[in-house]
Design a protein around this ligand. Structure first.
Ligand code: HEM
Length: 488
């Protein structure tokens, strides 16, 4: 191709993009769209929207937009015309109408890295089938009979390695705990073993790419993550082949009551589908809960009253167990952790591990007099609802007592009269795509907190803060200094 042809091609591409842009602008005028700013052609307002900000706020971009345009506004994000919703009612409406009026629609780069069969990107019947597998695997019965014991074992594995008066990254420790737990639960991989450590190492590179800009160029985090994805899949496939041999030889009566064994025995999924399912569960079940645990460590160190109340609750449970000669936590003990549940809810409300979800409109939809055109991207921003001062009094304040129930509903000492916790609080999403691991995540947090408050005193070794990139992360990894204590 000579120079003049290249110039001609460039000019014609720019002109066609320009006309597509004009066409969309014209089309928008037929709708009664919410107010907003479509920003620059093509990139729209994406850069401002994704600019990092403190995780306990909604960020400057969102604050400015909500105060200028209201709780529902239009924008151009991730290369698409978008309706952003910080309205609790619309968010619920969007999530409950999954598959009817709206559909899950994550950016293509997420599918590229998690795989096309990942539950996060699948829709329709295939999503339903994968979801059923995940629900069976994380069922209430399995939590009681199987997972509680494993969660406690993995908590102690991590906490017992903490030396008195040492300083380390609490975020890394939380990641170690949730990764070990998921690797065991999904593929029966034991903590500390070479193959588990190798997989964990690859996974760190993989995660860096998931949270980076999807630029597939040599040396970029995204390119490295795609490479790690291939290596991780090789590990998983090797485990899968080993398991098939064990099953063929009739030796699968061992402890391998894991996800891998289950899908091989009970599903008709292809190898590619199993690999993506396992990778996406490892991702969904590991990142979110580890950040939530790190956030609870962070919020609690600034709230000694909450630590004291937790210690009282957990001491009571432990004393009762001692009397009956029990050591391991039982389901009945977990059910007694009422104030702990308030701490967990408050951590999830204020920390907002998942800040917004990606959806698109399947039809033209009307809501509160506004049109949401078919094909537009729709972002329900759950964090903005959790930090809305009209719904949660002093929303930036860590106040676990706001979740305490009285016979009249949420505690009157701290909550707003209008607060309906079930409707406004959606840290695990909602509707047909509600997080399948929500109960496991709460169990992990509760058991970790149980052993933490009974055995350690901790403080920040240096100032740190959680940021939303939009994935929530501590800039310095949350360095803490711990002192061992034994209250039991
Ligand atoms: C505190 C920890 C967690 C938080 C805040 C969280 C949050 C969420 C949210 C908001 C969604 C909905 C995504 C959407 O609608 O687009 C989701 C989906 C999902 N989560 Fe979690 N999650 C957590 C822990 C876990 C754990 C421990 C697991 C598994 C072991 C898990 C597995 C999943 C799966 C498989 C989905 C996809 C569900 C579907 O599409 O049907 N999550 N999670």
């Amino acid at each position: 191709m000579d120079d003049s042809e290249i110039i001609l091609l460039l000019v014609s591409s720019i002109l066609s993009l320009f006309f597509i842009f004009i066409f969309f602008r014209r089309k928008q005028r037929r709708y009664n769209l919410p107010p907003g700013n479509m920003g620059w052609p093509f990139i729209g307002e994406t850069i401002g929207y994704l600019r990092p900000y403190s995780a306990t706020t909604i960020g400057e971009f969102m604050e400015n937009h909500v105060s200028r345009y209201g709780k529902i506004y239009k924008s151009n994000l991730f290369g698409e015309p978008t309706i952003v919703s910080t309205d609790a009612g619309l968010n619920r409406f969007i999530l409950q109408n999954e598959g009817k009026l709206f559909e899950c629609s994550y950016p293509r780069s997420i599918g590229g890295i998690l795989g096309k069969w990942s539950m996060l990107v699948l829709v329709g019947d295939m999503h339903r089938d994968m979801r059923t597998i995940s629900l069976n695997f994380l069922s209430h019965a399995r939590l009681r009979t199987h997972l509680l014991r494993e969660v406690e074992r993995h908590t102690l594995f991590v906490l017992n390695s903490w030396k008195d008066n040492s300083v380390f990254s609490a975020q890394d420790e939380a990641k170690k705990f949730t990764f070990n737990l998921m690797a065991k639960h999904i593929m029966s991989m034991d903590p500390g073993k070479l193959e588990t450590e190798q997989l964990k190492k690859e996974y760190v590179t993989f995660m860096k790419g998931v949270v980076s800009a999807p630029i597939n160029l040599p040396g970029s985090a995204y390119r490295k993550a795609l490479k790690s994805r291939s290596t991780i899949l090789i590990h998983i496939e090797r485990k899968m082949k080993e398991r098939i041999i064990i099953m063929k030889e009739g030796r699968d009566d061992m402890e391998q009551d894991d996800l891998l064994g289950w899908v091989l025995k009970h599903s008709t999924l292809s190898t590619e589908q199993i690999l993506d399912l396992i990778l996406s569960l490892l991702f969904a079940g590991h990142e979110t809960s580890s950040v939530s645990i790190a956030l609870s460590i962070y919020f609690l160190q600034s709230c000694p009253e909450a630590i004291q109340q937790l210690q009282e609750e957990h001491l009571e449970i432990t004393r009762a167990k001692k009397k009956s000669g029990e050591i391991e936590l039982k389901w009945e003990d977990y059910k007694k952790m009422e104030f702990t549940q308030c701490v967990i809810s408050e951590t999830l409300r204020l920390g907002n591990v998942v800040r917004f979800l990606h959806r698109k409109a399947l039809k033209d939809v009307q809501y509160k007099g506004y049109d949401i055109p078919c094909g537009w991207k729709v972002l329900p921003v759950i964090s903005a609802v959790h930090l809305d001062p009209s719904l949660f009094e002093h929303p930036q304040h860590f106040n676990p007592w706001r979740w305490q129930q009285t016979s009249h509903g949420p505690s009157s000492s701290s909550s707003c009269p209008s607060m309906n916790t079930n409707n406004q609080f959606m840290p695990f999403g909602g509707g047909p795509r509600l997080c399948t691991g929500s109960e496991l995540a709460k169990l992990e947090m509760a058991v970790f907190i149980h052993h933490l408050v009974l055995n350690f005193h901790w403080e920040l070794a240096e100032p740190d803060q959680a940021y939303a990139f939009p994935f929530v992360d501590f800039r310095k990894g949350l360095p803490i200094r711990v002192q061992r204590q034994s209250l039991i």
